[in-house]
Write a protein that binds this ligand. Structure first.
Ligand code: OGA
Ligand code: MN
Length: 205
């Protein structure tokens, strides 16, 4: 008989996702992880592209909706500084299937930075019927963050009631079911950095 214990943080995500649909972990990445990740971002700043809204030929930059810049990472061969996060996500994917039957096959992930004053208006991550996004996650990468900087993520229910507000505190992580929670990123006074991604119920590449 196999009694496989889940690592405590994975277990917390499973329990809270099951009961409320989302979970916030105040400290997942270490200061050392964050140092290496931020060096990587500083070195690759020129490779980030302005994020667009819409699909296909309707894609457009609309800073009144979203003002971040993104750089996609390959989760199958992540740059060294992202190994801890990707290993955690690999374990989480297995647990989400085993414990919550989400049927997720793989994940995609991008780095994002929001210049001061930019934001992302309320949206759903699974906006289209045929989207295979099932589970959203965001790791916060700034090495310092005071609440007076703003930049909070607000998560709503479908009736537009705010359920929780989280500040992008160093090394924290939030995850939630992509279909159920509209959310928005408020403007910040300084550059806000994250690693954001989605687990999909289909093979995406
Ligand atoms: C997104 C998003 C949330 C955040 O990129 O879709 O909602 O807190 N990000 O950065
Ligand atoms: Mn989103």
């Amino acid at each position: 008989m196999e009694i496989a214990l889940l690592p405590p943080l994975i277990d917390q995500i499973i329990r809270e996702t099951s009961s409320q649909g989302w979970c916030f972990l105040p400290r997942l990445l270490s200061d050392q992880d964050l140092t290496l990740i931020n060096q990587f971002i500083d070195q690759h700043k020129g490779d980030f592209v302005a994020a667009k809204v819409g699909k296909g030929s309707n894609q457009a930059r609309r800073e009144e909706i979203r003002g971040d810049y993104t750089l996609w990472l390959d989760p199958l061969s992540p740059p060294e500084p992202f190994r801890p996060a990707v290993q955690f996500l690999d374990q989480l994917l297995v647990a989400l299937n085993r414990e919550l039957f989400l049927g997720v096959k793989e994940f995609e992930t991008h780095l994002a930075y929001y210049p001061p004053g930019t934001f992302y208006k309320t949206h759903l991550d699974k906006h289209e019927q045929n989207s295979s996004r099932a589970f959203s996650f965001v790791f916060y990468l700034n090495q310092e963050w005071s609440e007076e900087n703003g930049g909070e993520l607000v998560i709503y229910n479908k009736e537009n009631k705010a359920l929780t507000t989280v500040f992008p505190k160093p090394g924290s992580m939030i995850c939630f079911l992509s279909e159920d929670f509209p959310h928005e990123v408020k403007a910040a006074k300084c550059e806000r950095r994250s690693l954001t991604g989605w687990m999909h119920t289909k093979i995406i590449n």
